[in-house]
Design a protein around this ligand. Structure first.
Ligand code: ATP
Ligand code: MG
Length: 664
């Protein structure tokens, strides 16, 4: 962003959706006084929820931070308390009224369904925990997990938490190189993997890839525990290497079903996890035990209005933070029934999610804009052939949701009945930070609305002044910052304290800087505008990529768009758009002219794209986020930056070739 102009706010959205009376009546959190209560004493607010968890030793102080502290590094949460995350997610339910309640409904891509009650889950987790102990894992050790999204993945995570080992889950789509890097970086002693997993009708050869990673050499790895998932479908890995590898069914099945939970200090680390890599080389983020659990427990309960009979389906893989916080720790700390799905949303057909919702009577669906845009591209016939009437709440996470995608989600999936929570947060924040509360907030498509109760945000200008304090009305835009500590904030980047300081704390000392731009409209709603690195400076105006993308997606022929600022001698940057058309739409000079006119009419001439490039695909991270920095590299003819988390390198290479062809 330039220092002369604040962030322009171009997109206007007048549609607003209030929670229905029926939804409000059922909700425990329909009273807006929740915000005032948390605002007036955030520590007391968090303490109230912390006290709903089971502590082995009570904490003596909620948080050590004082307003006079220069930054959050002194913020220790629930000090003196001892707690075990697995105990809170499993044992306390298994020992109580939820013993026979279904904890996990796991559906494999081929279609088989496994259901585990909380009692079953406890037995499985204890066995894996004992197996890990037999492999020499102790409190404080690191365990790398590289598995398909089957029930054994959350089981392995919880087993680590039970014995105080940090897990480091690596998404099953990553290459041997990335896996190797993550094993080495975390100094993992054990790798838990599977012979394979099912994805889009194919077998992902996880053990084969694991072997390649191990062969690259690691100084820490002692054993590889292998779940048999695909068997003879992967003939190369039906035999194990007897020195290093051991079958899950040989080691785990015979273990005792009792295993004590390790008492952990509240600040002891629970896990490490790499960010998606949208903006550069991924960061190995670590999370604490007590604060993280309180953050995820509280937000799950309030944001998803979670109730005892809900069937909750978060479509994120446990390879991402969403799978950690909102498939495993948050929902299970609340004793929820969670649906876990192994495969792709279009296998065997493009209605897979909708079939699952119908079959398992899912009430809460939490998914990502990238998925919603694919569903839009595929068309309404797929959801329309299924009974989605069990749904009562929808969520979105991962990227800004374009208003048109929001409306589609609302109308086609939510059949205009279900509130939508657009939740802004990051791997680093551990839990949801900006979000509607479904029984309280009137939502606007594309706005994540307000900070979660107890979270304090600021909007900063280039000099770090909090303009949200100075301007009471009117629209403002700038850098998002979080100005007070909260329990689930990351405790750092594993093994790299310098990078941690530099990335999040150096630009605006004393405040947490997530790296995203934001605007606040005159009604006080927050609109997340994407990464500040992506913000374009066009003829002296700062313009967010998200607003131009949303204006393009608003056109009836466009399915998806990525916008970048490209160096220009005249304007500083010129706007280039990469656009995917809806199926059946023909490209041509007239359409391109129409799209430019549409953007200018929708949000202003200033934002009119100089170049529009029609493409079949966009470069995305393996978690499905658009990697604009690679598009900038393509447009400016540079060598590509870090591509280790790029889902499909072929896409960016073909874009590069096409682009050079056109420019040349
Ligand atoms: P890296 O940090 O490696 O570049 P990443 O930021 O994509 O990767 P995550 O932690 O998975 O990794 O994603 C967090 C980011 O995703 C946020 O900083 C924000 O830019 C974006 N994001 C998440 N949810 C939303 C949302 N509801 N609205 C807008 N943006 C969102
Ligand atoms: Mg990030």
């Amino acid at each position: 962003m330039s220092d002369s102009t604040p962030l322009e706010t171009l997109l206007k959205e007048d549609r607003s959706f209030t929670p229905s009376a029926a939804f409000q009546q059922r909700s425990k959190y329909a009273n807006p006084s929740l915000y005032q209560e948390a605002q007036s004493d955030p520590f007391a607010f968090w303490e109230k929820f912390a006290n709903q968890l089971d502590w082995m030793e009570p904490f003596s102080e909620v948080c050590t931070w004082k307003p006079s502290d220069p930054d959050f590094s002194e913020a220790k949460w629930f000090v003196g308390g001892k707690i075990n995350a697995c105990y809170n997610c499993v044992d306390r339910h298994a020992a109580g009224s939820r013993a026979d309640k279904i904890a996990i409904i796991a559906e494999g891509e081929p279609g088989e369904v496994v259901k585990l009650t909380y009692q079953d889950l406890k037995v499985e987790v204890c066995k894996v925990a004992n197996a890990l102990k037999e492999l020499g894992i102790k409190k404080g050790d690191r365990v790398c997990i590289y598995m398909p999204m089957v029930a054994e993945l959350p089981i392995a995570m919880l087993a680590c938490a039970r014995i105080g080992a940090m897990h480091n889950v690596v998404f099953g789509g990553f290459s041997a190189n990335s896996l190797h890097e993550r094993i080495c970086d975390s100094q993992a002693k054990v790798l838990i993997t599977a012979d394979g997993g099912f994805r889009r009708g194919n077998v992902v050869p996880l053990l084969k890839i694991s072997r390649e990673a191990v062969e690259m050499g690691t100084s820490s790895l002692e054993k590889v525990l292998v779940l048999e998932r695909v068997g003879s479908k992967m003939p190369e890995t039906t035999q194990l290497d007897s020195k290093l590898e051991v079958w899950w069914h040989d080691l785990v099945t015979s273990q005792s079903s009792e295993c004590p939970c390790e008492p952990m200090e509240s600040e002891d680390l629970l896990y490490m996890l790499y960010t998606s890599g949208s903006t550069g080389k991924p960061k190995g983020i670590v999370h604490s035990t007590g604060g993280y659990l309180v953050g995820t427990y509280t937000t799950t309960q309030i944001v998803f209005d979670l109730q005892e009979d809900d069937i909750y389906f978060c479509t994120a893989d446990c390879g991402w933070v969403t799978g950690h916080s909102y498939t495993v720790y948050g929902p299970m700390a609340n004793g929820a029934t969670v649906v876990v799905y192994e495969g792709a949303p279009d296998t065997p057909d493009k209605d897979r999610f909708w079939r699952m919702i119908e079959k398992h009577k899912v009430t809460i669906l939490y998914t990502a804009p990238t998925a919603i845009r694919s569903f839009m591209k595929w068309g309404t016939e797929y959801p329309n052939r299924c009974d989605l009437s069990s749904l009562r709440l929808l969520g979105s996470v991962g990227e800004p949701i374009n208003p048109e995608a929001w409306i589609w989600y609302h109308e086609v999936i939510g059949t205009e009945r279900c509130p939508i929570v657009d939740t802004w947060w990051q791997t680093e924040t551990g839990a949801i930070m900006v979000t509607p509360l479904p029984a309280i907030t009137a939502t606007k498509p594309g706005s994540a609305t307000h900070p979660f109760p107890g979270i304090q945000v600021g909007i900063l200008d280039e000099a770090g002044h909090d303009i949200s304090q100075e301007h009471s009305g009117g629209e403002i835009g700038g850098y998002l910052a979080i100005t007070k500590p909260w329990p689930s904030l990351t405790r750092g980047i594993y093994g790299d304290p310098e990078r941690f300081k530099q990335v999040y704390w150096s630009r605006f000392p004393g405040k947490y800087f997530p790296g995203d731009g934001v605007k606040r409209d005159e009604e006080g709603y927050l609109w997340l505008l994407g990464r500040v690195d992506d913000i374009m400076l066009v003829a002296g105006h700062n313009i967010s990529t998200m607003e131009v993308e949303s204006a393009l997606v608003d056109h009836h022929s466009v399915a998806e768009a990525a916008v970048i600022g490209k160096k220009s001698d005249i304007k500083g940057q010129s706007i280039a758009a990469f656009v995917i058309l809806k199926s059946g739409i023909e490209s041509g000079p007239q359409l391109i002219a129409d799209l430019k006119t549409h953007v200018a009419a929708k949000i202003g001439a200033l934002a009119r794209p100089d170049d529009i490039f029609i493409t079949a695909e966009l470069p995305k991270t393996r978690s499905g986020k658009i990697m604009r920095r690679l598009l900038r590299d393509v447009a400016e003819g540079r060598a590509l930056g870090d591509t280790t988390t790029l889902a499909d390198p072929a896409i960016v290479n073909s874009l590069k070739a096409q682009y050079e062809d056109k420019e040349g």
